[in-house]
Design a protein. Structure first.
Ligand code: SAM
Length: 261
């Protein structure tokens, strides 16, 4: 089963929920800007699943995906974007580039999900990236990023998520409290006992909310918002986000921030 599996398809199913994310992006943008965003840039786009969900949700929408891996973007174009039909492929541009290289096209909204900016381990490198995002936005543009935290995020841990026909295993193999560097792996396990070990590896620095806020402001953003999801009585997420002044730490959490140009 491991030999027959497609890692890109497994990754998308394990960690992504593009329709929900793009709904959140548009809602957040409208809340901050009072009009509709049309153009979106997906940094670290991988298979460009968010670009596709973005253009699917509006006939006037366009998307640019940026990633260093041509192979991953090609997979997205061949297996997702082109089969989606209509004019969707014409409204998506995929660029094989470093996210710190600012393209000429400015967009309404830029997103960086699944903590991908954690690849930048120094203040200087992350500031360079945030500055590039700032420069690539229209005057009333908004940047949305997610972040990960909680006491369990700062340690070694293995979490299994059973998705029926495979298990997605998230391993935090090493965390250094001195540098906040964290080494993580994604493994896929199959019912026949076969495995795809270390299908993805992440050598990151785990940035905290105040560090991100300070660097976003330093990069030129005028205002930074920290969102938290409301939960129902059972503690499950409701999809409704608010802006708290105080949040008690939890074992593990992930949430969004938005920065206004
Ligand atoms: C964690 S995956 C993110 C995939 C997808 N965007 C998501 O939300 O799940 C990280 C991606 O970032 C790309 N990447 C890493 N460093 C990059 C850089 N400096 N510029 C552009 N892409 C980069 C990798 O090629 C990889 O596809």
């Amino acid at each position: 089963m491991a030999q027959r599996a497609d890692v890109h398809a497994l990754y998308e199913r394990a960690v992504q929920d593009p329709p929900t994310d793009v709904k959140f992006f548009a809602k957040t943008y409208r809340r901050l800007r009072d009009h509709e965003p049309l153009s979106m840039r997906e940094d670290f786009c991988g298979t460009a699943a968010l670009c596709l969900a973005w253009v699917r949700a509006g006939a006037d929408r366009t998307a640019i995906g940026v990633d260093l891996s041509q192979e991953t973007m090609d997979w997205g174009r061949t297996n997702r974007i082109e089969p989606a039909g209509g004019d969707l492929a014409d409204r998506i541009e995929l660029r094989c580039a470093d996210v710190r290289e600012v393209g000429k096209t400015k967009v309404d909204l830029t997103c960086a999900l699944n903590f991908s900016y954690c690849t930048f381990k120094t203040r200087a490198a992350l500031l360079e990236y945030f500055t590039a995002v700032h420069e690539g936005l229209n005057r009333d543009g908004v940047f949305i990023l997610d972040l990960l935290g909680g006491s369990e995020s700062m340690g070694e841990d293995v979490t299994d998520n059973d998705l029926g026909d495979f298990v997605y295993r998230w391993e935090q193999a090493r965390f250094n409290i001195i540098t906040h560097e964290i080494l993580c792996y994604i493994h896929f396990l199959f019912p026949d006992g076969s495995k795809l070990e270390r299908a993805y590896s992440y050598d990151w620095r785990l940035w905290t909310a105040p560090e991100l806020r300070e660097l976003l402001l330093e990069a030129g953003f005028s205002k930074v918002h920290f969102f938290w999801e409301k939960t129902d009585r059972r503690g499950d997420g409701t999809g409704v986000f608010f802006e708290p002044d105080y949040v008690e730490n939890q074992d593990l959490w992930w949430t969004f921030m938005a920065a206004e140009r």
